[in-house]
Design a protein around this ligand. Structure first.
Ligand code: NDP
Ligand code: ZN
Length: 350
């Protein structure tokens, strides 16, 4: 079978590989729609997780089951399925502790395009199919459902980890597709005021659509200064979905004592971020830092899918670029790398 792979750091190409085989609990799926991700860009062009060779890329897909192992109960060939980017092994102690993202060690639940071939192949393998796949509900469009793989759960995870409460003032730093879903999740959890930080107009418009009350650009000067001025003080929560190591220092400057800094940004470069001793209350501020990989799994996919099915969440404003045909994946990934100003998220249907 054919797949678009990372050949080495900084280089991608089409390769031929053997079609994967399903173990007793697994499924083989063919993609019906996929989306490239900023994470693929960190992995390939920043070498964020180190060298990978001939590894098929991609972790966001909606697919059709073509084969299942003999212990799979709830899925059969022909079923249309939502495939989460994170596919944990559910029997491990880490999963039982509630951190399935780290099922077999740090980030172990992130298998596609990390420790095994991803979804940019003609077929891909899903471990523990009953625990990781979800049926595509009637009435949800295939390209919308691809946003359930990663963008919706990641943004919402940022809002959940920030423990956004009714009336909270929240700053969301970064409003690409992940940050926009963090804005949407923050809004749904009942935040009062939402500051969104980004610069591209298309993202600014979408941030307002998803519930941002104030939008500002990091290109117009220090964001901590802008937010402290506009808010006349610190915010309750900060969600980081863009920026770099310096963003943590900015977040600490704008969050109140006892507040939460929730990061979902994939830190592709740099070694350390600084925690200001005084800003952190000499170590006694009660400010929490939490960083999270999105939770995968069937339950999370089924619950989030209801938001699309029953019209509580509209992901159409995210889908700025649509491609048709398997071969177009390369072009879509190139777009993600170059981030033209009118881009939020590309999607490729087969
Ligand atoms: P985008 O690149 O589309 O968006 C990044 C956002 O950050 C943009 O709004 C950008 O503004 C803004 N930004 C850039 N530089 C700065 C800065 N210095 N200060 C403040 N804002 C800045 O990324 P995505 O939305 O696709 O993804 C966001 C991150 O989430 C990525 O690192 C991705 O890898 C990660 N990710 C994490 C997952 C998880 O499970 N935790 C899962 C999926 C993705 P501008 O408008 O100028 O572009
Ligand atoms: Zn992704």
């Amino acid at each position: 079978m054919k797949g678009l792979a990372m050949l080495k750091i900084g280089s991608i190409g089409w390769i031929e590989k053997e079609k994967p085989a399903a173990g007793p609990m697994d499924a083989i799926v063919r993609p019906l729609a996929v989306a490239p991700c900023t994470s693929d860009v960190h992995t390939v062009w920043e070498g964020a997780i180190g060298e990978r060779s001939e590894l098929i890329l991609g972790h966001e897909a909606l697919g059709e089951v073509v084969e299942v192992g003999n212990l799979v109960r709830d899925f059969k060939p022909g079923d249309k399925v939502i495939v989460p980017a994170i596919t944990p092994d559910w029997h491990t102690v880490a999963s039982q502790l509630g951190f399935s993202q780290h099922d077999s060690g740090m980030l172990g639940g992130w298998k596609f395009s990390n420790t095994k071939d991803g979804v940019f192949g003609e077929f891909f393998h899903v471990n523990q199919a009953d625990g990781n796949l979800a049926h595509l509900p009637d009435g949800v469009a295939i390209e919308d459902a691809v946003m359930l793989s990663d963008m919706i759960p990641t943004g919402f995870h940022g809002a959940n980890n920030a423990e956004v409460a009714y009336g909270d003032t929240v700053a969301v730093i970064g409003i690409g597709p992940v940050g926009l879903m963090a804005v949407a999740g923050t809004n749904m959890r009942g935040a009062g005021r939402i500051f969104a930080v980004g610069s591209r107009q298309v993202c600014v418009d979408a941030a307002k659509f998803y519930g941002a009350t104030d939008v500002l650009s990091y290109k117009d000067g220090a964001i901590e200064k802008q937010i402290l001025e506009l808010n006349r003080g610190q915010v309750d929560k900060v969600i980081i979905a863009g920026g770099d190591m310096e963003t943590f220092e900015q977040a600490l400057a704008i969050v109140r004592p006892g507040g939460i800094i929730s990061n979902v940004n994939y830190l592709g470069a740099g070694d350390y971020f600084k925690v200001d001793r005084v800003g952190w209350g000499f170590g006694m501020s009660h400010i929490k830092y939490v960083g999270g990989l999105m939770p995968g799994g069937r339950q999370n996919m089924e619950y989030l899918a209801r938001l699309l099915k029953y019209g509580k969440l509209d992901v159409k404003p995210l889908l700025t670029h649509r491609y048709k045909g398997f071969d177009k994946i390369e072009e879509a990934l190139g777009l993600m790398k170059n981030k033209p100003r009118d881009l939020i998220k590309p999607v490729v249907t087969m």
